[in-house]
Ligand binder design. Structure first.
Ligand code: HEM
Length: 140
């Protein structure tokens, strides 16, 4: 599973009343946040989250993520009233971009291994290894 946006997406409880979140009393003024990485990488939610498995999103297959999980726990664009305003445009761009990239280029991972994706948990994932590199060749 992709990590999604790895910023805290903070919110402040209020403006004038406390909140109850998952049964916990959270006083007005408290900064709360969702760690998308830890939802997308939670094996209790997504089967084998570390595996590249595009079949999760293909209708009709045995690996298809249930609609309930997708609705509640798929958060690349956040959720709620301040979620991404550009979600529909972003999906159009993603389909166009990836379709064109895979059609026009051959790509292979270059000098990057799974060990480079190890991270320290500080609410957000903090990476300290090499950055991801790829070798790209035009198909023409
Ligand atoms: C893959 C592409 C994109 C991703 C993953 C993404 C993700 C996000 C996320 C996670 C937020 C919520 C931030 C928060 O909760 O504080 C956000 C907010 C926002 N996004 Fe995107 N976004 C994408 C593309 C776009 C595009 C193409 C547009 C506009 C053309 C856009 C416009 C906005 C706006 C205006 C907000 C603020 C909404 C608000 O605060 O009410 N985004 N985006």
């Amino acid at each position: 599973m992709s990590h999604g946006v790895v910023t805290p997406l903070p919110r402040v409880v209020g403006p004038s009343s406390d909140a109850f979140i998952a049964g916990y009393h959270v006083p007005c003024g408290t900064v709360v946040s969702v760690g998308v990485t830890f939802i997308h990488e939670n094996p209790a939610i997504y089967e084998s989250p570390d595996e590249f498995c595009p079949e999760r999103w293909l209708d009709g297959g045995s690996h298809r993520v249930s609609k309930e999980i997708e609705t509640k726990y798929f958060l690349p664009f956040s959720k709620g009233p301040r979620m991404c305003l550009g979600i529909n445009l972003a999906w159009c761009e993603l389909y166009l971009l990836f379709a064109n990239m895979f059609r026009k280029f051959e790509m292979e991972i270059y000098e990057t291994g799974i060990e480079d994706f190890e991270y320290q948990e500080h609410w957000l994932p903090v990476y300290r290894k090499r950055t991801f590199q790829a070798r790209i060749k035009s198909r023409r």
